[in-house]
Design a binder for this molecule. Structure first.
Ligand code: BES
Ligand code: MN
Ligand code: ZN
Length: 501
């Protein structure tokens, strides 16, 4: 997606749609819409004073311009009370507009972010939020074979300032929004891809195409995984005709010195989770093409890094593997030795994500010695039960890292909630014949999975994000309601990386 900064004023843009926001109990002129409303014959103000429209949060007023050279379709969204306005409320309000335009198959839109009456920081945040809200809401997953006329996609978005704003601040905000939008929508595309199209080899092909001046890509293929003794991810992949692989992306900042920090991101990339021999029910299996959502988020972050350019090193790892049933599949009761030498008793072949992550976390810690490591995974159904689709579960061995993620969460609007990792929980994954087993029973299923992963990162500051509830079935105005993938945590992590430097 390309975002064009237009020199036109709001009243003279010529796109089909013009999206603007209005605060409650304010005149259009107080929200930078005075000139536009005058061009419209003061119809916005008339609607308000007649009591036909109030700018309460998420209320929408649609007007037809009726001018030859001006916007044809003006959509005003209520932003609620100005004092209660946040970056997230602006994102959600413009998401509401984006969803309407998507429903109307309109792909020619200009956005006027709420800038009037705000300081520079809020102007920057509101610009990003208005663009993200609009473009993320208008997302569609379109395979090349689809009829593009029936499913028009938003290829470019226009933005006007309509108000005094520092040129550099505005340009940087627009550039940042275009990076996050492309990153998030790329992650969504990967999640939406059918398992017949996206499996470890094709995943590696896509990743290899992402190299550029700041990003390099290496693929550890099946042979290499055997050589490295990554027997946990190999066990998970045994039943599939598609051998597993590990994708390693590296981002190098422009200038480095001995203080430059290294950050590692690891994503669960189970391209399909049938459950293995502990096979899932039909309903439970239906959307398991999305079980690579954690790795899609890592890929989305890398898609944006070349534009965002934080001053830290970033390594991304994708644990790409398919969990299938077959004569060669791994069995319940098997005992395997992971990359770091720990032995694992397989209690349930459907707890495959933590096995793949165990090897890749240990490999990441050993190979790049990161200052901090974050993994993302659609790991447990229990997390969906605990937190629903509104919030990502976080577990960590390091308070400072959680604080950093929380700050990024507050800034991005992508919610997280921490769960404890008290050592008592370890009892649930104790095995009589191996160092541990791969399941801990029904109680605290999210935490025991986190406890399992903790054993593979040594003392490295680490956080685990269980996105089982948030990677799919988006519930926000700017997340897809028809498509599966949400691209969750791409924006959060980009924000975190900028705080980290
Ligand atoms: N991929 C699933 C978790 C999942 C479930 C993600 C629903 C999104 C929606 C994971 O591999 C899994 O099957 N977990 C099991 C673990 C159990 C066997 C200990 C689960 O949650 O039931
Ligand atoms: Mn599973
Ligand atoms: Zn899974």
């Amino acid at each position: 997606m390309n975002i064009q900064i237009s020199d036109a004023s709001a009243h003279s843009v010529t796109t089909r749609g013009l999206f603007v926001g209005l605060y409650e109990n304010e005149k259009p002129s107080e929200c930078g819409l005075g000139r536009l409303d005058a061009t419209l014959g003061n119809r916005i103000e008339a609607a308000i004073s007649a009591g036909d429209f109030s700018a309460r949060f998420n209320r929408v007023l649609e007007l037809y311009g009726g001018h030859q050279d001006g916007p044809r379709h003006i959509v005003v969204v209520g932003l609620g009370e100005r004092e209660r306005s946040t970056t997230e409320s602006v994102r959600r309000a413009f998401g509401t507009l984006g969803k309407r335009a998507r429903g109307a198959s309109c792909n020619d839109v200009t956005v006027l972010p709420p800038l009037t009456g705000f300081d520079e920081t809020a102007q920057r945040n509101n610009t990003i939020a208005a663009l993200e809200g609009t473009a993320l809401a208008m997302y569609r997953y379109v395979r090349r074979t689809h009829n593009v006329d029936r499913f028009p996609i938003l290829e470019s978005l226009n933005v006007v300032a309509g108000e005094d704003i520092n040129d550099d601040v505005f340009h940087q905000a627009v550039e940042y929004a275009s990076a996050t939008i492309n990153g998030v929508n790329f992650a969504r595309d990967l999640v939406c891809m059918p398992a017949a199209d996206l499996y470890p080899e094709t995943y590696a092909q896509i990743a290899l195409g992402m190299g550029n001046e700041t990003i390099s890509v290496e693929v550890l293929d099946h042979e290499k995984l055997v050589e490295l003794k990554m027997r946990a991810i190999l066990a998970v992949g045994q039943g599939s005709t598609h051998p597993p692989c590990v994708i390693h992306l590296s981002y190098e900042p422009k200038s480095v010195n001995d203080k430059t920090k290294t950050f590692a991101l690891v994503g669960k990339g189970v391209t399909f989770d049938s459950g293995g021999l502990d096979i899932k029910t039909a309903a439970g299996m239906r959307d398991m093409k999305a079980d690579m959502g954690g790795s899609a988020t890592v890929m989305g972050v890398f898609r944006a890094l070349n534009q965002v350019r934080p001053n830290c090193r970033v390594h991304g790892f994708v644990a790409a593997v398919e969990n299938m049933t077959d004569g060669n599949a791994y069995h319940p009761g098997d005992i395997i030795t992971a990359f770091n030498g720990r032995t694992i008793e397989i209690d349930n072949t459907d707890a495959e994500g933590r096995l793949a992550l165990a090897d890749v976390l240990a490999y990441a810690v050993k190979s790049v010695e990161p200052d901090a490591i974050v993994d993302l995974a659609t790991l447990t159904g229990a997390c969906v039960i605990a937190l629903g689709h509104w919030c990502t579960g976080v577990m960590s061995n390091n308070d400072e890292l959680v604080e950093l993620l929380q700050a990024a969460s507050d800034a991005s609007g992508e919610r997280i909630w921490r769960l404890p990792l008290w050592s008592d929980y370890k009892q649930q994954i104790k095995s009589e014949i191996a160092d541990m087993k791969n399941t801990g029973g029904r109680p605290a299923g999210t935490i025991t999975a986190g406890k399992f992963l903790e054993a593979f990162v040594d003392k490295t500051p680490w956080a685990h994000m269980d996105i089982a509830g948030t990677a799919t079935e988006g519930q926000f105005s700017y997340t897809p309601h028809k498509e599966l993938g949400t691209g969750v945590a791409v924006r959060l992590l980009l924000d975190a990386l900028l705080r980290w430097e």
